[in-house]
Every structure is written in C-alpha cells, then in structure tokens.
Design a protein around this ligand. Sequence first.
Ligand code: HEC
Length: 149
Amino acid sequence: MMKYFSVAFTSVMTNVMAILLFSNAIAHHNSPESLEARVAAVGTLNIDVGSAGAGAATNESDSAAAEDGETVYNTACATCHAGGIAGAPILGKVDDWKERIEQGMDSLVEHALLGFTGSSGVMPPKGGNTSLSDSAVTAAVQFMIDQVK
Ligand code: HEC
C-alpha cells in the first residue's frame, strides 16, 4: 500500500516542481502567452492530484495485501524466480521451496531483504530493486510461499 502513496506523492511533487520552474520563467517574461500557460499548468495540477487520490483509494481494497505481493513478485522477482534463472527457486515448485520454507518466514524475509548467497546462487538484496519497501518485499515472499502450500 505504501507503494501507491509514494507514487501519488511523487506525481504531486513532479507537478509542484514543474509549476515552480514555470513560475520562475513567467517572472522573466510577462507576456499574455505565459499567463495562459500558467493557468493551464495550474489546471493540470488539479487533475493529477484528483486522479492520484482516486488511484490510492481504489487500491485500498480488502485484498490489497495479497494483490500487492503478486504485483511485486511479477515486477521484481519473476525475472529469476519464474524460470529458475541463476539458480533461483522456481515459483510453485515444491522441491525447490520445501527446505527453504522449513527455516521459517523470518529467515526467508531477511534473506529477501538483505540478500543471500546459498548453494545454488546469489539472491540480491530486494531482488536488486532497492527502491522497494520492506513491506512490499515481505508481501512478495508471502505470495511465493503461498504458491507451494
Ligand atoms: C537476479 C535474480 C533474482 C531476483 C530478481 C530475485 N531473486 Fe530471490 N533468489 C535468487 C536466487 C539465485 C536464490 C537462491 C539463492 C541460494 O539459495 O543459493 C533466491 C532465493 C530467494 C529466496 C529464498 C531464500 C532462502 O533463504 O532460501 C527468497 C525468499 C527470495 N529469493 C525472494 C525473492 C523476492 C521476494 C524477490 C523480488 C523482490 C526476488 N527473490 C528476486 C535470485 C533472484
């Protein structure tokens, strides 16, 4: 869920920065065209804030956590874990996961967050996507475990 808030926040910040840059340009050119453009820019900000808010609200459904885990897996983990690239345990393949799951969820999450070098290869911290939140990675691990239960 944090992911959606940060996406919304980033989109708002991008617009605020665009307007700040714009206002700066207007200060130097007081032509009617600039004024029109300035009004248009403010209009854009309102539309974007509205749609970002609606997106965040829509994603707060009951199954948001489960969906998030799958989404994170698909975007950041499937590259290796779908086909067993670089020695990664394959999604849904019990033989690949049985012993790993026996060590417990805490250890699996820690290995996913901090990275892990085992007998079959190297799991990079957060799958190499360090911008992911800890809770997003945890949800992805939970999703992966759920596929072999
Ligand atoms: C660059 C390839 C790669 C990506 C991307 C990747 N993994 Fe892995 N992962 C591996 C490999 C290789 C292993 C096995 C390491 C070993 O046991 O030798 C592994 C192992 C794991 C394990 C088992 C750790 C253990 O203790 O046995 C978990 C859990 C895991 N990955 C979660 C994730 C999650 C969650 C993501 C996405 C956020 C992800 N991985 C993305 C390569 C990857």
